[in-house]
Design a protein around this ligand. Structure first.
Ligand code: ADP
Ligand code: MG
Length: 322
């Protein structure tokens, strides 16, 4: 049995098709990423799987339960952390967790034990008696993850769990999610528009755009499938040299951005010498294998802007597009 299986799952909002006939199968214990830009349909897709939205067409099973006919069973078997924080600011972390345990019918004599376990998992045990209004953004997100686990769900849905957090806190949250997936063997379904996050965390990712799955595989497989490398050299290149490089056999494209020349080739190791013979005064050289960002551009034809990345990464994406 799959953790999640969808059958032509579709959601339309008037004239917008937010999710368009999606068919995916997610295995028990997988960390599965839905990667796509804003408006791709990620939240709509997982909202349907969590039974918060009714599909327009198609259906899905979650833990074997139908999302239309067995909504209560689906809800009891999943944990959800959505984009908008939903903790009660006037309560302490502990009070929030007791409240949630009650809502999910966790047996009274087990509540204390489970709350301790989940607090331990996200390293908030010593902050249990602090009011939520005094929590930082990262602590709140960790507490929400803990809360989503109190009733021992088999699947945890996380919608952009690191959105708006600073890079250091984001990496901490990644560690907690990894740790969780390893220790608890639960299925984690995570949406993100951060490339590195998907690459680092996910066993498999689906690239979603305009409500459709463009490609689905392991991050390493996706990168391997994109043949070719990018050679990046820093030189006093003129447009003259660029056209010379372009005429070298096996060079697919050349682009000059901010004093760096980005050369897309079939096989960098084999072609780099020929290229260096053409270019003088090389100040630096690096060779880059395809990134998940390149994969995204390849399958969607769009540049992927990650606002937390530095400018260089965006420029690399740009370079690859030419
Ligand atoms: N309640 C809604 N009413 C109308 N359109 C919506 C609604 N929710 C989402 N959409 C539209 O559906 C598309 C997908 O949105 P969403 O699932 O939120 O994308 P993502 O989470 O990937 O950013 C967008 O075009 C969005 O404007
Ligand atoms: Mg969203």
């Amino acid at each position: 049995m799959y953790s999640v299986e969808t059958f032509d799952l579709t959601k339309k909002f008037k004239d917008v098709t937010a999710v368009n006939k999606i068919n995916i199968k997610i295995k028990q214990g997988e960390v599965f990423g839905l990667l796509g830009p804003n408006g791709a349909g990620k939240t709509t897709l997982i909202s349907m799987l969590c039974t918060l939205l009714q599909p327009t067409e198609g259906t899905a099973t979650v833990n074997g339960f139908d999302i239309i006919k067995e909504r209560d069973k689906v809800r009891k078997s999943i944990g959800v952390v959505f984009q908008d924080p939903s903790l009660d600011n006037r309560l302490t972390a502990l009070e929030n967790l007791y409240l949630h345990a009650g809502l999910y019918d966790v047996p009274k004599n087990e509540r204390k034990k489970r709350i301790n376990e989940v607090l331990e998992l996200v390293s908030l045990k010593d902050k249990a008696n602090i009011l939520i209004k005094n929590y930082s953004g990262g602590m709140k997100r960790r507490l929400e993850i803990a809360r989503g686990l109190i009733h021992y769900p088999k699947i945890l849905f996380l919608d952009e769990p690191t959105l708006g957090l600073d890079p250091q806190t984001r990496e901490h949250i990644w560690d907690y999610i990894k740790n969780l997936a390893d220790r608890e063997n639960i299925t984690v379904i995570i949406t993100t528009h951060y490339m590195e996050e998907a690459d680092e965390l996910c066993d498999r990712v689906a690239i979603i755009d305009n409500g459709e799955i463009k490609v689905l595989d392991k991050p390493s497989k996706l990168k391997d499938k994109l043949k070719g490398d990018t050679i990046i050299i820093e030189t006093n290149a003129s447009h003259d040299i660029l056209s010379k490089i372009k005429s070298i056999q096996n060079v697919k494209s050349v682009q000059l951005i901010d004093g760096k020349t980005y050369i897309s080739v079939e096989n960098a190791e084999k072609n780099v010498v020929k290229i260096l013979q053409t270019v003088k005064n090389v100040k630096s050289l690096s060779i880059r294998k395809p990134t998940l960002g390149d994969v995204f551009i390849h399958y969607t034809g769009k540049e992927f802007r990650d606002e937390t990345s530095n400018g260089n990464i965006n420029k690399r994406f740009l370079a690859k597009r030419l």
